[in-house]
Each structure stands twice: as C-alpha cells, then as structure tokens.
Design a protein around this ligand. Structure first.
Ligand code: HEM
Length: 136
C-alpha cells in the first residue's frame, strides 16, 4: 500500500479513536481507547519518521542487535550510537565524540564496561538522547 495512503488511513483511525475517547461512558472504556490511540499515534510517528520497517519491541522502543549497532560507528557522517546497560544512546552530536571516537573508543558498540570504568555517572547518560534498546 502506498505510504501516503497508509498515513491517510492512520489519521482517520486516530480521529475515530479520539471520538471514542471523548464519547466513552466509563473510565475503563476511556482508558482502553486512550491506549489504542497512543499506539496509533506512535505508528503514525514511525510512518512519518520513516521508521516503518525498523524493529521495535512491545514498548515501541527501537531494537538493535550488536551487528545492527555496529553500522552506527560515526564514520563517514554516519550516526554514532553506543550501547550502555542495554540502552542505545545517540552520541552523534556530542563534541567529545567527534567522528564517533572518544579517547581511543569507537562508537557502534556496547561500551558498558568502558563507561563504568571511566565515568560510571548516570548524569552523563541522562543528558544523552536515548534512541532504543539492545536486543537481549
Ligand atoms: C575509555 C573510557 C573513557 C574515557 C577515558 C573517557 C574520558 C572522558 C573525558 C576526559 C571527558 C571530558 C572531556 C571534556 O570535557 O573535554 C569525557 C566526557 C564525556 N564522555 Fe567519556 N570517557 C570514556 C568513556 C566514555 C563512554 C563509554 C561514554 C559513552 C556514553 C562516554 C561519554 C562521554 C560524554 C557524553 C562526555 C561529555 C560529558 C559532558 O559534556 O559533561 N565516555 N570522557
């Protein structure tokens, strides 16, 4: 199905679910439709952000295998992603990670041990964009 059509149907479904939330008689009903609405909005975001086809888990988090993460090593203008404690962070805009490297380290890997040895401070991670999770 053409993408524009997919998006059109998604928007129609969102409009319908908004109505159902609005006209719901019972709180349980409203909660049910709100959950459906949230899922549809996330799917629309994925469609419009060209994320359709990317693997996402049941929490709608983008999932990376170690092999997929290795593609994002920051070289040749590619994004620089790093896995820490099962979460994938985007370091592409991090000054200290120019070109995807950082004090001898390369992005596109799980660097949990290195992070714990060198920093181990959650604050640093709290400031970084989380873009997905590492597939277990
Ligand atoms: C070999 C291990 C590591 C060493 C020796 C190291 C060293 C450093 C140093 C010296 C700085 C300060 C740079 C400056 O302010 O100019 C820094 C900043 C930073 N490091 Fe590392 N690092 C290591 C591993 C990691 C890992 C694995 C991550 C992955 C997330 C990371 C993320 C960062 C970030 C985001 C900053 C900037 C922090 C800020 O702006 O406050 N580092 N690192």
């Amino acid at each position: 199905m053409k993408k524009s059509l997919k998006i059109k149907f998604k928007i129609q479904k969102i409009m319908y679910l908004k109505q159902m939330v609005y006209f719901a008689k019972f709180p349980s009903q409203q909660l049910y439709y709100k959950k459906l609405l949230k899922n549809e909005i996330n799917k629309l975001k994925n469609l419009t952000n060209n994320r359709d086809g990317e693997k996402v888990n049941s929490n709608n988090q983008r999932e990376f295998t170690i092999e997929e993460l290795a593609q994002y090593d920051g070289s040749n203008g590619k994004p620089a992603y790093v896995g820490i404690n099962g979460i994938v962070y985007d370091l592409s805009n991090e000054i200290t990670w120019g070109g995807g490297t950082h004090f001898g380290l390369y992005s596109g890997k799980d660097l949990t041990n290195e992070f714990m040895q060198c920093h181990g401070k959650e604050e640093i991670l709290n400031n970084l964009p989380k873009i997905g999770v590492l597939k277990k």
